[in-house]
Design a protein around this ligand. Sequence first.
Ligand SMILES: Cc1cc2nc3c(=O)[nH]c(=O)nc-3n(C[C@H](O)[C@H](O)[C@H](O)COP(=O)(O)OP(=O)(O)OC[C@H]3O[C@@H](n4cnc5c(N)ncnc54)[C@H](O)[C@@H]3O)c2cc1C
Length: 534
Amino acid sequence: MQRAEPDSPSATVRTVDVALDPASASNRSELESVIRHAAGAPATSTVVLRKRSIDARSRQVLVRIRADVYVDGMPSTVPPIMAELPPADPRRRVIVIGSGPAGMFAALELLEHGITPVVLERGKDVRARRRDLRAIQQFGVVHPHSNYCFGEGGAGTYSDGKLYTRSHKRGNIEKVLRLLVEHGASPDILVDAHPHIGSNKLWLVVQAMRQRVLELGGEVHFDTWVSDFILSTHGARRIRGVVANDREWLADAVIVATGHSARDIYHLCVRQGVHIEAKPFALGVRIEHPQALIDSVQYHRPQRDEHLPAASYSLVCQSNGRGVFSFCMCPGGIIVPAATAAGEIVVNGMSMSRRDSRFANSGTVVAIEEQDWQTYASEGPLAAMAYQADVERRAFDAVADGTQRAPAQRLTDFVARRQSATLPDSSYIPGLAPVDLWSILPPAVSARLADAVTQWASQMRGYLTADAVMVATESRTSAPVRIPRDRTTLEHVGVAGLYPCGEGAGYAGGIVSAALDGQNVARAIVASNYIRKP
Ligand SMILES: Cc1cc2nc3c(=O)[nH]c(=O)nc-3n(C[C@H](O)[C@H](O)[C@H](O)COP(=O)(O)OP(=O)(O)OC[C@H]3O[C@@H](n4cnc5c(N)ncnc54)[C@H](O)[C@@H]3O)c2cc1C
């Protein structure tokens, strides 16, 4: 396909698709010459990669690449999104509770419109937060404001940093990715079909974003825990600000982007009569295999080609009328303790940019619906959360040594309903304890997990093996509560000026969708009457 570049009409561009073996695809000069040849373009032409994906459907694994070849002329340069913005107007202020992806992308979007975001974050900055992660990993001590879910950058900071999403209709994904690149992420994320950043790099991106917010006149306050909303007491309900650290913070509007683990925010809503609802979520376990096994199955050969990344899988099925699915797979990653309070066991997964650990772990969860949490109906809108919290507590009590050791079972033993006598090697640093997970998980969850694992064994050779281990509990895949908002104004249904946002409000699931929601909410505030016009 040949076209003229709209921004620089003198350029002639040919778009081509090529498929190469992994070694050739990782050699830039070889790759460019294959692309130029396919485009019938001279050696002087400029090659720009647009998309890259791995196709492992047949025995010969291929890297598929789409590229633009500039036969003459050069690609137009795209100006940075956040460059040369004037400082924000200090009289136009929006409080953003939470510095996760929803909160930070909302803050950046507000700054693009000259509005001052005041970010209030209960946790510590990325560097200081690391000490608390070490305390959980090594000593089982969970800091209630600083852990894998709370702190600068939110739950996404010390994660895998996977950036793929199905939320294509929710906003401009390219803008989210470009902002990440502007703040230090590799430009590869603009090209890869399954982009990821990795924990070792993500914290630097988060730090650079905070720096940008400060440079443009925004505020970021760490160790600042919001404990109350300030609501007007007469007439229509309207939020005026919040109380944090015994101080009143006032603003034109308030964004609540507190994530799915801020249970105190849900309690605060109930206490202050801010309408919330129980909502379906998902619950299960993390399943960990040796990475070499997953590589050999997915790449159809005993050993992974050195030019290929650690392989992943994505599995989904129906079991007794419910969806069961793998989720947030971390190839070459580790399982981490993601509890936010003492007395509970919650696991999640993360990886470094190289994805080079010996293990492949994936959340494996069952859809939880209203009929499941009926026993907790007396909790009203917090019923689904009470169901979730009970399972997490049972996991802690089952090990009963007061640490973050997690209950675990070999996959084959779980299916056979027998406790494991021994457990395989695992990446989970606090350690595993052999427990029959049927005694912890609700029976309807266990039965569906066992059925799903058996179904998947017939789709993926080697999946159901004694070398794989199930670790409980994967319970924070999504929020068990929704903070409902108007579809058009994105404002809370009962409190003017209050904007529920991101995963904790029930409007996102993952880094990119949370970021998109943050941008959408910020734009909704700009369009509202709460902000005086410049
Ligand atoms: C270990 C781990 C790995 C993950 N890996 C991935 C991945 O690879 N890819 C992906 O897409 N998703 C991943 N996720 C999920 C992803 O991190 C979340 O979907 C995303 O961070 C949600 O963004 P958010 O901004 O809505 O909320 P959060 O990121 O949860 O941020 C909420 C913030 O609000 C703060 N807060 C809460 N209560 C208060 C209060 N009262 N006062 C002040 N501040 C408060 C919290 O400290 C937190 O910083 C992972 C999650 C974890 C835990």
